[in-house]
Design a protein around this ligand. Structure first.
Ligand code: MTE
Ligand code: MO
Length: 201
């Protein structure tokens, strides 16, 4: 790791390397949405985890905020080849939600779904171990609606299409079930370091 100073004067944590085929978008943060940005207030937002779990449940905005806060500072990588270094998100680790619902031993995958109907599939293991969040703050401010506010999934070690904006819930499964982009030829897991962009990669 090295530290560079951006125009804001804030030291920016930066990895030495970009995943293969990626470029540094710098201060730009492109918006990539298949849907129209929904008009979704914190009061209307909820997050549910069900499927193969012992205690399916939903959290509203206040209930989710009562869980221990957790932060991510690091990089994000979009499959369209932009990456951003040293971004800062805050929210709650998915470990905290999964701890409450307790996935069955048979659980292997999830489908994450948005309030808009967007879906994406992930191995359950990619959501545990402090590597995935429900995020509602970016750079210390509320997450902007076009970037998934009030809250989005954040799984920064995978390509960013896995980080469903306007997250509504996770369905826990004992098999893999392709989501929106995955049904359209994108990779089931999407590890940027192995350049898993398309289903044959
Ligand atoms: N609901 C929803 N989530 C989504 C998407 C989308 O179209 N709809 N696009 C994905 C893709 S391809 C990327 S790169 C990131 C983009 O997030 P951003 O617009 O905040 O940069 O969101 C991901 N999550
Ligand atoms: Mo993307």
């Amino acid at each position: 790791m090295n530290v560079t100073r951006g125009f804001t004067g804030r030291p920016r944590v930066r990895n030495e390397a970009l995943p293969p085929g990626q470029y540094d978008a710098g201060d730009d943060w492109p918006v990539l949405s298949a849907e129209v940005t929904p008009d979704l207030t914190p009061a209307e937002w909820s997050f549910r985890v069900d499927g193969l779990v012992e205690e399916p449940r939903s959290w509203n905005w206040d209930e989710a905020h009562a869980l221990p806060t957790s932060e991510y500072e690091g990089d994000i990588h979009c499959v369209t080849s932009w990456s951003k270094f040293g971004v800062r998100f805050a929210g709650v680790s998915l470990d905290a939600f999964l701890h409450v619902v307790r996935p069955h031993v048979s659980a292997t995958h999830v489908v994450a779904y948005s309030h808009t109907g967007y879906t994406t599939n992930l191995p359950l293991a990619d959501l545990t171990g402090g590597r995935a969040w429900i995020a509602w703050e970016y750079d210390g401010k509320p997450l902007a609606p076009e970037h998934g506010g009030p809250a989005r999934l954040l799984v920064p070690h995978l390509y960013f299409w896995k980080s469903a904006k306007w997250i509504a819930g996770l369905r826990v499964l004992d098999h893999d079930e392709p989501g929106f982009w995955e049904q359209n030829g994108y990779h089931a897991r999407g590890n940027p370091w192995e350049e898993q962009r398309y289903s044959g990669d």
